[in-house]
Design a protein around this ligand. Sequence first.
Ligand SMILES: [Zn+2]
Length: 227
Amino acid sequence: MEPFDYAKAVALIKAPFPSGTVQKRGDNGRAYIPNQVYTDRVEAATGSQWSREIKEVEINIPHGFVKVVARVTIGEHYRDGIGFSEIETDQNGKRKSVSNKVDQAFAEAVREALDTWQIGWKDLAPFYKETKDWGSNPALRYLLESAPGCGSYDPGLQSRGMVAHNCIFSGCGKQLSRDEWDFLGLIPSLNREKMVYCFLHIPSHIKKKAPADVIAKYEDRINRHQS
Ligand SMILES: [Zn+2]
């Protein structure tokens, strides 16, 4: 088995998610990414070489909250996060079950811990651009501009029909062929500096924006090159 490559795993963790991943909360409209998406990303990025554990639980009945400290370990590195959830009471003033509150606080704590590896930052930054929000901070502006590879071509790669862009689909990372890169350029309103996908991993709702004859042509070409 290959030795665990922490830097590579973290780079994959931070990579942008497919468009449509960010959702808006029903109550306050804040942008967020579902926990399952994070779990799936970390699973794929680390090849399951990560763990999460509860370090501390406080169930505070008088003040009606549950607090959980969670530790996430990736390779040899760990980060702790804290999560809270409120214990609600029913109409009769009786405490509702706390067991799912522990789960909720744990999920939040794991999310907080993962956040320190900048998971989802590139996706969430555009939603937090107001002056009061973190995404507008000049020190983090690169999150809004960062374009993997910035379109730079390595002549050596070009002669082999490859470009200096890698698929951002979690767990893929395949270097794109010139055909694949050109295809991304033909999808209307797609920023291919950000949405870098190999042909196989282009989310279908994006792929189908390309004209049908273009899709057919590239499907044919790309299959021919790969077989
Ligand atoms: Zn791919």
